[in-house]
Design a protein around this ligand. Sequence first.
Ligand SMILES: NC(=O)c1ccc[n+]([C@@H]2O[C@H](COP(=O)([O-])OP(=O)(O)OC[C@H]3O[C@@H](n4cnc5c(N)ncnc54)[C@H](O)[C@@H]3O)[C@@H](O)[C@H]2O)c1
Ligand SMILES: O=C(O)C(=O)C[C@@H](O)[C@H](O)[C@H](O)COP(=O)(O)O
Ligand SMILES: [Zn+2]
Length: 359
Amino acid sequence: MESLEINTGSKKYPVMIGEHAVSLLGDYLGQLSFTKLLIITDKNVEKICLPILLGNLRSYHPCVFTAPAGEQAKSIDTYYEAMTSALENGLDRKSIIIALGGGAIGDLAGFVAATYMRGIRFIQVPTTILAHDSSVGGKTGINHRLAKNMIGAFHQPEAVFYDLSFLKSLPSEEVRSGFAEVVKHGLIGDPSFYRWLKSNIQDLGNISIGQYETMLAMGIGVKASIVAKDVMETGIRAFLNFGHTLGHAIEAEMGYGKVTHGEAVMIGMLFALEASKSEAGLEFDLESFRAWVEKLGFSASIPYGIEPVGLLKRMKQDKKAVGGTVKFVFLEEIGKPSLRDIDDSRLESLLNNFLLSKK
Ligand SMILES: NC(=O)c1ccc[n+]([C@@H]2O[C@H](COP(=O)([O-])OP(=O)(O)OC[C@H]3O[C@@H](n4cnc5c(N)ncnc54)[C@H](O)[C@@H]3O)[C@@H](O)[C@H]2O)c1
Ligand SMILES: O=C(O)C(=O)C[C@@H](O)[C@H](O)[C@H](O)COP(=O)(O)O
Ligand SMILES: [Zn+2]
């Protein structure tokens, strides 16, 4: 079992990572004082992981709200239904919400917790690889039709219990999606971690529990050190958005859930790496990187039929933009990101070059 601590200045919380981490949750809750527990999960996770969680929490008689699976969990309608469930189940300010699921459930449940009676406590029980990223750091929220995660709040969990035995049932496309954020953490924060990934991971269907434990703890470690310095994203936290300016635009332009978050972010990172070579002096063997990620099953190009004009409009709606100017995360070196303004015409020409180079 790996354990880490997230320190946001005003709050410290533990992250337990390992097979059967969820068996520690009952004892942890036993040390807290609370009234009711509401588990928020989705319809897939309800079948696979919920019975195991309930087995560990029997004495607390939790209530359960089940959201649709995937990005639909982050709709305004599902948010409202989850609030209704919290009210109907009589949650008060001393109640606790448990997010059992991937990033979509973590974002939804965290936002419900952030806003129910102006804020109650919540605990993250992530069940996807991607959720090594989403379960720490306190970004919670839901999507707007026009752009991703536009309605949200910073709200830190009380604790994260990351049970790696849950990962065994993940479909291959979800393994791939989560791996994109693992690669992101290596690229922005830790060159030796990135090199370890590139030389050790050649088949996403064949990762051992030991390798998962290492890579997820390393990824969370990178995120934790950035969040500790800039919880509210006034500066360097934006580095965690590497690949997301285009990634989020692809997700919104295609329609939420049509492409996984990680798949879109990987395309966004390929674009950002190419742009970093011309704009930020990055020296990097992009061909070898592209060959590696394609071998792992990632697509290296923007999906057919998605036009640059629509993507550019979405990219300008990115939360990092200020006064209409897009702020873009470049890499100067592996492990050395920077956030720079980019004007619309330059962004357009970089995007057109990226599209052309893939034809
Ligand atoms: N808050 C943050 O800091 C942060 C960071 C990264 C991503 N995100 C958000 O996270 C979301 C993506 O997260 P995700 O990829 O985990 O998606 P997800 O929660 O939609 O889960 C993906 C799919 O896997 C299923 N699933 C989950 N756990 C499973 C398991 N153990 N076995 C079988 N199936 C399982 C789900 O039902 C769903 O169909 C996006 O909305 C993204 O914007 C947030
Ligand atoms: O924690 C962060 O900060 C991140 O940017 C992590 C991202 O991987 C994640 O997708 C996050 O939800 C993006 O946030 P947003 O503010 O760009 O919506
Ligand atoms: Zn992300």
